[in-house]
Design a protein around this ligand. Structure first.
Ligand SMILES: [Zn+2]
Length: 282
């Protein structure tokens, strides 16, 4: 069993929560054709297959790129169709998102059956857990949308550290739950939980802390790391955001994160999430 999974949330920079209201998409290049090929080269050089949670709009915009990713043997998962967080949806509009995503897959990725889902902005919490039965109805086997601590935007403090079948409160296990949840990896030090798995934390915390935290978490069970292609982009357009949002969005994007990802690829034997999860989820 692989003890580490690498997940790529494949979205445009304008899907990011702090940017999505600041962009005129009709004018903008989403830059994915500049960034994703070099990410695929890094993974190929490391011999790593990853899980790509893809936004449906991106499948429709770049069908050949996503087909190429699937053909390389990476897992294709769902990151909704439009990247609206679950707290802006209800069960009906979420089902419509999943149907739109399924239609994009059927159009452009024949033979691909996504089994995993990640909510935009880790927006699964007890108030949005209505999404889990909807995912099961659409044939998904696992979800990976729970962040293990409260941040200003999201989080479910107290969730289990390893894959489990979640009760609606997302903290307790329920063996009858319709799918598996794999929460994001954190380094748990007594009462302190340090997110070491991706995003701003992976870019901003000192790398020895990231490595130590991931190794400590891996002693308990499999770990997940995640990155967004836009975080690897030196030339990401710099928008005039409020200073806190600018800090969270742009700290160490581009080459610094690329170097960190290379260190992680050199350190851990990453695989696809579906290959790491318990066999019942496959
Ligand atoms: Zn996302």
């Amino acid at each position: 069993m692989t003890a580490a999974a690498l997940s790529i949330d494949l979205e445009s920079y304008w899907h990011a929560e702090l940017l999505r209201h600041h962009i005129d998409r009709s004018q903008a290049d989403d830059r994915l054709l500049h960034i994703v090929p070099s990410l695929l080269d890094m993974l190929a050089a490391a011999g790593v297959h990853a899980t790509f949670f893809v936004v449906g709009e991106v499948i429709d915009r770049h069908p050949q790129l996503i087909r190429h990713i699937a053909d390389l043997g990476h897992e294709i998962g769902c990151h909704t169709y439009s990247h609206r967080p679950l707290w802006e949806l209800d069960a009906t509009s979420f089902a419509a998102e999943l149907a739109q995503f399924a239609a994009a897959v059927a159009r452009h990725l024949p033979g691909v059956q996504p089994l995993g889902f990640r909510a935009p902005t880790f927006s699964l919490n007890p108030a949005t857990a209505w999404a889990l039965p909807v995912l099961a109805q659409f044939g998904y086997h696992y979800d990976s949308s729970v962040f293990p601590l409260k941040t200003p935007l999201y989080g479910v403090p107290g969730c289990p550290p390893l894959p489990y079948r979640p009760a609606p409160n997302l903290v307790d296990s329920d063996p009858t739950a319709p799918l598996w949840e794999w929460p994001m990896t954190a380094w748990r030090l007594g009462p302190v939980t340090i997110p070491v798995c991706g995003g701003f934390y992976l870019r901003a915390l000192p790398m020895p802390i990231i490595l130590h935290g991931l190794r400590a978490a891996q002693k308990q069970g499999p770990i997940i790391v995640y990155v967004h292609p836009w975080e690897l982009d030196e030339d990401i357009p710099r928008l005039p955001l409020p200073w806190q949002d600018r800090l969270i969005t742009y700290t160490n994007v581009g080459r610094p994160l690329r170097r960190r990802l290379q260190t992680l690829l050199d350190t851990f034997a990453f695989g696809r999430m579906i290959d790491v999860l318990p066999a019942q989820s496959q």
